[in-house]
Design a protein around this ligand. Structure first.
Ligand code: PBG
Ligand code: MG
Length: 301
């Protein structure tokens, strides 16, 4: 149970809930309701959440400027959650896609992702999130060299205690579709992310990406997606023996829920079996939208 990390989506307002149509059981919540939901999750034993904002389209710019706003929805949510539930670890996403009018994780000019200019914004994003109370900065953007630069900036600003979990082995996957609905980046997305996310055909590249990010100072690494990439989880864990996390992504979750809704799968058994498979592969932590229901199921076992 303490291995589970629950990804959650935050929206503006008070008393607001929005269902995510492509992710049955997942709702975006305004900060007040998110604080309540995370309290319930904590009582069930889920002691970590991963926070993602759905940003108002009017705040999206080509440089993702809102990402570095210390009073952004994201930073307000971090402060509220830390104040109400200090025992719950906060993994805070660092990437520009919720804030970028092109829907990309980095800044785009003339159809090209600008790696180094993006890193400057990611550093500012990391610093405002650390100042708001992030426990773990989680760059999911896949720019090259961002871990070392973010680490130096955090250390210099007095945030040596804030960890970095790198999305090191993140594949250009078809399984992210429902997430892009949830944060509202899919409609804006022009083109695809194949120039910075990894080719699903590659395995050795994942090991090189992990090695670089560890060298630059990552405390832990993420393999993403999950079930289709269990071989990568196992290789990373066996090669580096560092905390290795895995993300059961939105599309994997949607597949299980759709099949269960049709009566084609036993939901509870499928959920628990998929989590067991991650443990078998060696994962130390599992991001899953089913974290709270899994905690309930595990309690009743
Ligand atoms: N910063 C990108 C990001 N952050 C989280 C997810 C996907 C998570 C999921 O599918 O559950 C993605 C992938 C993407 O849009 O390329
Ligand atoms: Mg990399």
């Amino acid at each position: 149970m303490t291995d589970l990390v629950w990804p959650v989506f935050v929206i503006e307002g008070e008393g607001q809930t929005e269902a995510v149509a492509s992710m049955p059981g997942v709702t975006r919540l305004s900060i007040d309701l998110l604080v309540e939901a995370v309290g319930e999750a904590s009582a069930l034993g889920v002691k970590a959440v991963a926070l993602f904002p759905k940003v108002d389209p009017s705040l999206k710019t080509p440089e993702g400027r809102e990402a570095a706003n210390p009073d952004s929805l994201m930073c307000r949510a971090i402060r509220a959650l830390k104040a109400a539930h200090p025992e719950v670890g906060l993994f805070c996403d660092v990437a520009l896609d919720p804030y970028n009018s092109d829907g990309h994780d980095g800044i785009v000019r003339d159809g090209v992702i600008l790696n180094d200019e993006t890193i400057e914004v990611l550093v500012r994003q990391s610093l405002v999130q650390a100042a708001a109370g992030a426990d773990v900065i989680a760059p999911s953007d896949m720019m090259d060299g961002r871990i070392g630069t973010i680490r130096d900036a955090l250390d210099q600003a007095g945030f040596a205690h804030v960890q970095i979990m790198s999305y090191a082995a993140k594949y250009a996957s078809a399984f992210y579709g429902p997430f892009r609905d949830a944060v509202g980046s899919g409609g804006a997305l022009k083109g695809d992310k194949q120039t910075y996310q990894m080719n699903p055909a590659n395995t050795d590249e994942a090991l090189r990406e992990v090695a670089m990010d560890l060298d630059e100072g990552a405390d832990s690494v993420m393999v993403k997606p999950g079930l289709p990439y269990l071989d990568i989880v196992q290789r990373v864990r066996e090669t580096f023996a560092v905390p290795t996390l895995v993300y059961q992504v939105s599309g994997e979750y949607a597949m299980m829920k759709a099949a269960a809704a049709n009566g084609w799968l036993d939901n509870d058994k499928a959920v628990l079996e998929s989590l067991l498979a991650f443990k078998r592969a060696g994962a130390n932590g599992i991001f899953t939208y089913a974290a709270v229901e899994a905690a309930r199921l595990l309690k009743s076992c």
